[in-house]
Design a protein around this ligand. Structure first.
Ligand code: MIG
Length: 783
């Protein structure tokens, strides 16, 4: 039912429709706390992006007509005031505080461009917007969404590979979210070169945006995920260390690589095949000289405990007799010029046709082409060049796309092309290997792609700037609801060096996606590629990653089930503290609820860390730090990482890969504190869907301080019994005179040692004794 602004029909319809000057507007409420506003230049065809959202606008809208041309919409936690002429909206709390409103310039139309201007509030900040360079706070910056192959990007480069047109504005203590669901090229201004307004602009005469207010950032991200969908729980092996190179071949090299990891006792789960595994870069083929028997080769690696992920590019070589080319033509899946001729663009294989992934027929065709790879035993798929990228940069704007029946041009399809490619890649896995959890990695993305794929941030550079700006990209993706991301450890382009690599592998170990990669004709980025010292440091941090797998996997579980990012930059909760946005602390992030990581550059003698809301333990030495800002001495072989006092961690004995680690011995680590706290650990079989039938263990830990410190650790959900009595328990920060109870019993304790990372050998020819500071004195509950 439509509530026409110019009629006096009764409230509680589901659409408020406004006509004002040259524009029409529709206001709806898809879900609680979210108001959708569509604005279009009257008479223009609207291309609605069908790919990003997973909800229908069904909710009743509570509209009250205050007087002619002025309405109030009750949106749950806030109200929207709507003025008809000129069309303006403003958002208020029920206490009458202004959250956000249109600027007095309102909506501007030039040709087919439509710009929605918003009043800039004093001190207003902007965070999110996905994979965008620049500082954490985007105030004073402008960005464009147009997925781009951004080889060797730098600090001020825009646009990059993906478009997530979702940001969070912070107006004092009132944060709000805006998601602009137009897949065409859009521009966002956050007060760049002006102090009057922020804006978003689309070039096609139509703006479709969602306003979200919940009172906190966590709630905003959660509503955004209600709108655009959530990923499913990944297989545990995807959390392991992954090794890539452009390119490993022939098969002997990969077998040797696998053996080297095992021989050097460095855990690793995944090896990658970059473009050289294919016959002349033709997707779905193998170079049979380099890989004589792919099935056997993959089985051999499987026996060694490795999964293999292969790269796939969208371009299909123009070549008669090449199966994908022939069948693609026959089934009419390639994009065309307006005159009906097939579009040909150039990429790795030379002249290529390109599947129209916005056509369901093409997606289904792609899935069928992938079938043989499942029979061969390929474990996961890596979608590259899917911006889409061609030599010469982009497809011409007028190339035709199906766009799921809306029949439009590249202008609308471009930004969702990669998303629809990786969607097909993901769906193929669901179809052909339904008992396993899919793994897809993508370079290009749009809002909603988090449902299908992990994302890495493309062709970064081996330099110090990229270690930090890469972290900001991951932090920003995290704030934008894209939780599973990471960057090429060591940097893709250029020559990394030992000191930088040691820093990068340490930081990477705490990011959701953890993969070493490097470009053709540059040096290898294997853990042993930078000498013995860097090898020991790499072993330490990769092993640490595996020790922490139960904790990390629990963070993934919380991400999928409870919308809590894995990687949480300070601004996620501390958005009212200006330090969250500073260059000094803007790179810091929590991984899960209890561990705080502070990326630092090589060569610095000391660094600044900010430990908010309570006391902490420096993870590797056990040293106690009080709440606040600290200057800490930096160590060549590790970075500052802290554990919250009063929190618990769960670890495992690191094995050669994630699945074996998951079947081993577990430990709980209880860190003495003075504030009550609680949290969860989650364990299941690490792959498959048994967990949907209750085959998992959800363990709750709880800390209550007092004269007697109480720690309670109990399985609270799941049918797989978790035997807490078989788990080792280590107490950090306690002395034998402390009085504590674990599950209401006084434990008997023994003094012992614990190491998160091992002492690194001394490489100084005169000073032989290695640093022992990572051997921490702890108490252990006696068996
Ligand atoms: O034009 O497949 O970002 O990770 O190694 C380069 C070769 C194509 C770009 C990817 C990179 C990959 C490389 N690809």
């Amino acid at each position: 039912m439509v509530f026409m602004a110019n009629t006096s029909s009764e409230p509680s319809e589901n659409i408020l429709q406004i006509s004002s000057g040259k524009i029409d507007a529709l206001i709806t409420q898809p879900i609680d706390d979210v108001i959708r506003i569509q604005i279009f230049i009257r008479g223009r065809k609207r291309i609605i992006n069908p790919y990003s959202t997973v909800v229908n606008d069904k909710k009743t809208l509570h509209i009250q007509k205050i007087k002619d041309g002025f309405f109030e919409v009750n949106a749950g936690k806030y109200k929207v005031l709507v003025y008809e002429n000129p069309f303006r909206v403003s958002f208020y709390t029920y206490d009458g505080e202004l959250i956000h409103n249109d600027a007095d310039l309102g909506i501007q139309i030039q040709e087919n461009g439509i710009t929605v201007l918003k009043e800039l509030q004093q001190g207003e900040r902007f965070i999110g917007l996905g994979e965008k360079t620049g500082p954490i706070d985007r105030r004073g910056w402008q960005y464009t969404h147009w997925n781009t192959d951004a080889f060797a990007y730098h600090q001020e480069f825009d646009p990059l590979y993906s478009s997530i047109p979702f940001y969070i504005g912070i107006n004092g203590h009132l944060p709000y979210g805006i998601f602009v669901n137009n897949s065409c090229r859009t521009d966002f201004n956050f007060g760049a070169s002006n102090d009057r307004f922020s804006f978003f602009r689309s070039a096609d005469g139509y703006i479709d945006y969602y306003f979200i207010y919940t009172g906190d950032i966590k709630g905003i991200v959660s509503r955004y995920l209600d709108l655009t969908g959530r990923p499913e729980l990944p297989p545990v092996w995807a959390l392991g260390y992954q090794q890539c190179r452009y390119s490993y071949y022939p098969e002997e090299e990969l077998l040797l690589l696998a053996d080297t990891f095992r021989k050097k006792k460095i855990p690793c789960d995944v090896l990658y095949l970059d473009i050289h595994y294919m016959d002349e870069y033709k997707v779905f083929t193998w170079d049979k000289e380099r890989f004589k028997d792919p099935k056997k080769f993959l089985a051999d690696l499987k026996d060694k405990g490795f999964k293999v992920v292969i790269i796939q590019d969208p371009g299909i070589k123009v070549e008669e007799g090449y199966g994908a080319c022939d069948s693609g033509i026959e089934e009419d899946v390639f994009v065309k010029y307006p005159d009906g001729k097939l579009y040909v663009g150039e990429a790795w294989p030379g002249r290529c046709y390109f599947p129209d992934f916005t056509n369901e027929r093409a997606r289904n065709w792609w899935k069928r082409q992938m079938k043989a790879h499942f029979e061969e035993g390929v474990a996961g798929f890596w979608n590259d060049m899917n911006e889409p990228a061609v030599w010469g940069k982009h497809f011409p704007d007028f190339i035709r796309f199906n766009y799921d029946g809306q029949q439009t041009s590249h202008l609308h399809a471009h930004n969702v092309y990669g998303m629809q490619m990786v969607r097909a890649t993901y769906e193929a896995q669901k179809e052909f290997r339904p008992d396993k959890r899919p793994f897809a990695l993508t370079r290009a993305a749009f809002a909603g792609t988090q449902r299908y794929a992990w994302k890495w941030t493309g062709d970064n550079i081996s330099n110090e700037e990229h270690l930090l700006l890469g972290q900001r990209l991951i932090n920003s993706l995290s704030l934008s609801g894209y939780f599973f991301s990471g960057n090429d450890v060591g940097g893709f382009i250029g020559e990394c060096w030992p000191e930088l690599f040691m820093r990068w592998i340490a930081v990477g170990a705490f990011n959701p996606f953890f993969r070493g990669h490097s470009m053709i004709n540059s040096r290898d980025h294997e853990p042993w590629s930078f000498g013995e010292e860097a090898e020991e440091v790499s072993r330490n941090f990769i092993t640490l990653r595996y020790k922490l797998l139960p904790y990390l996997y629990s963070a993934f579980y919380r991400a999928v089930m409870h919308d809590e990012p894995i990687n949480r930059p300070m601004a996620f909760t501390l958005f009212n503290d200006e330090r969250s946005f500073s260059h000094t602390y803007g790179h810091q992030f929590f991984v899960g609820p209890s561990i705080l990581v502070c990326p630092v550059l090589p060569g610095q003698a000391f660094g600044k860390v900010w430990l908010p809301e309570g006391n902490y333990y420096e993870m590797f030495t056990g040293k106690v730090y009080t709440e606040g800002e600290h200057v800490v001495e930096l160590h060549r072989h590790r970075i500052p990482v802290f554990v919250r006092a009063g929190h618990a961690l769960m670890s495992a004995e690191a094995s050669e890969n994630a699945e074996k680690t998951f079947r081993g011995i577990y430990q709980f680590h209880l860190y003495k504190g003075d504030k009550a706290s609680s949290g969860f650990f989650y364990i299941d079989e690490g792959d498959g869907y048994g967990y949907k039938n209750g085959e998992y263990s959800l363990i709750k830990w709880e800390f209550i301080p007092g004269d007697v410190h109480q720690w309670n650790i109990q399985q609270v959900e799941g049918n797989s019994p978790f035997d807490i009595s078989k788990t080792e328990v280590y107490l950090h920060g306690y002395t034998p005179t402390d009085v504590l109870e674990i599950n209401k019993k006084k434990p008997s304790l023994e003094s012992t040692e614990w190491m998160w990372i091992a002492p690194v050998s001394s490489f100084d020819p005169y000073f032989k004794q290695s640093d022992q500071s990572t051997i921490i004195k702890v108490l252990k509950v006696s068996a």
